[in-house]
Design a protein around this ligand. Structure first.
Ligand SMILES: [Zn+2]
Ligand SMILES: [Zn+2]
Length: 359
C-alpha cells in the first residue's frame, strides 16, 4: 500500500499560496514606488498600463529613467517572483491531474518500499512526471483542455525558469506589467470556479505574522491599500479582470467592507477605492470584494461637492451617500464642529475634506 498520497485540495492550496505570494510581491514593487518615490512611471497606456519597462525610451525623461533604474534593480526580485509562478503553475496542474487520480502523477514505480516488512511505500518517494509532461497528461485525463495561450505561456515560463535556475542568468528584462498579465491568465485556467478576491483575502491571512494581526489593520485594509494604489496604473484588460467591470463604470462604496477594513482617518478613505458596482438598472450594488449585494435608495447627498443621488438603504449604513460616504447626521455634526473651530478664530477653512478626517 502507499502512504502519504496527496489530495487535489492540498496541492491546490500550495499552488494558491505561491500564486498570492507572487501577487503580493509584484504589487509591492509597484505600490512601494507609488508610495515612496513621488516620481512618475511611464505614461499610462490602455494596453500596457503604467508599470512597464520601456527600454526604447531615450527621451531623457527623468521620471522614466528613474523608474527604469528601479525596475532594473528589481530584476532579481522579479526573477524570484517568476520562479514562484512557475512552481505555482506546476503544482496547480498537478492538483488538477490529482482530481482525476494522484497516481497519474507518478513517473515510475520501480522504487523500494519505505517499509518492506509491511509492504508500504511513501508516495513522496516516487519520482513524479516531468513538468514538460504535465500539460499533455492534463489534457488527456482532465475534463477540460487548457487554452493554447496558457500552454504556450506555461512552456515559456518553464524554459525561462530553467535558465534562471541552472545558470542564474536570464538576459531578458522582466517588468511588473508582464508578471501581472501572467497572473491574470494563470488564475482562471488553473482554479476555475473560484473567486479571486475571496482567495486574495484568505491567502493574505496565512502569512507568518497573521496571528499577531492588529484589528485596526487587517487583510481587508491591506487589500484596499493595494487596490487604491494599483488600479489607476493597471491596463484596461487588467482592470476589467480584477474588478469585473470596465474602468468607465461608476464605483460605489461597500460600507460593509470599508467598515471591516477600518477605513477612515487616513488614506485610503472609503472614497479612494470603492469596490461596489450597480447591478444592472436596479437600486442595488454588488461588491467585488465581499460579493455582497446591498440596497440603495434615491436621495440627495448632504455634501455640496458631491452630485450623487443615491444613498444606502442598507440597515448598517442607512442614509449614507453611496459615493462620498457622508450621512445627513454626520454632515451636520461636522458643520457644528467647524463652526465651533471658527469661533475660536482658527483658520480651519477647508477642513471639510474626506470623510473620516474628523478632528
Ligand atoms: Zn464588500
Ligand atoms: Zn455624496
Amino acid at each position: 500500500m502507499i502512504e502519504n498520497v496527496p489530495t487535489a485540495d492540498e496541492l491546490r492550496t500550495v499552488s494558491l499560496r505561491l500564486y498570492f505570494k507572487a501577487w503580493s510581491e509584484v504589487t509591492a514593487i509597484v505600490t512601494e514606488w507609488e508610495r515612496f518615490s513621488g516620481l512618475a512611471t511611464p505614461d499610462w497606456s490602455p494596453e500596457r498600463g503604467h508599470f512597464y519597462l520601456d527600454t526604447a525610451d531615450s527621451s531623457g525623461n527623468e521620471a522614466i529613467s528613474e523608474w527604469r533604474d528601479y525596475i532594473e534593480a528589481a530584476q532579481s526580485d522579479l526573477q524570484g517572483i517568476y520562479t514562484l509562478i512557475q512552481q505555482s503553475q506546476e503544482i496547480g496542474l498537478k492538483a488538477r491531474i490529482c482530481d482525476v487520480s494522484p497516481y497519474l502523477l507518478l513517473k515510475r514505480t520501480d522504487i523500494k518500499p519505505a517499509n518492506s516488512a509491511t509492504n508500504t511505500w511513501d508516495f513522496t518517494d516516487f519520482p513524479t512526471i516531468d513538468a514538460s509532461e504535465l500539460v499533455r497528461v492534463h489534457n488527456t485525463f482532465c475534463s477540460t483542455v487548457l487554452s493554447k495561450e496558457f500552454q504556450a505561456m506555461f512552456d515559456e515560463i518553464r524554459r525561462n525558469r530553467n535558465k534562471m535556475h541552472h545558470l542564474g542568468i536570464y538576459r531578458r528584462a522582466l517588468d511588473p506589467q508582464v508578471i501581472i498579465d501572467i497572473l491574470q491568465m494563470h488564475y482562471p485556467e488553473l482554479y476555475p470556479g473560484r473567486r479571486w478576491m475571496e482567495d486574495r483575502l484568505h491567502f493574505a491571512t496565512l502569512h507568518r505574522w497573521a496571528n499577531y494581526a492588529d484589528s485596526d489593520y487587517n487583510e481587508r485594509s491591506d487589500l484596499f491599500h493595494e487596490l487604491w494604489q494599483l488600479l489607476p496604473g493597471l491596463s484596461e484588460g487588467q482592470y476589467r479582470w480584477l474588478m469585473g467591470h470596465g474602468r468607465e463604470e461608476p464605483r460605489f462604496i461597500c460600507f460593509s467592507c470599508s467598515s471591516d477594513a477600518r477605513l477612515g482617518g487616513h488614506q485610503p478613505y472609503e472614497t479612494d477605492a470603492p469596490t461596489a458596482f450597480q447591478v444592472g438598472d436596479t437600486l442595488e450594488v454588488r461588491c467585488v470584494i465581499c460579493d455582497g449585494v446591498y440596497p440603495m435608495k434615491a436621495g440627495t447627498c448632504p455634501n455640496d461637492e458631491c452630485e450623487s443621488e443615491l444613498l444606502s438603504a442598507d440597515e448598517e449604513s442607512e442614509g449614507k451617500c453611496m459615493e462620498c460616504g457622508w450621512s445627513h447626521e454626520e454632515w451636520e455634526e461636522q458643520m457644528v464642529r467647524q463652526k465651533a473651530y471658527r469661533s475660536t478664530s482658527l483658520d480651519l477653512l477647508g477642513l471639510v475634506g474626506k470623510k473620516g478626517d474628523e478632528a
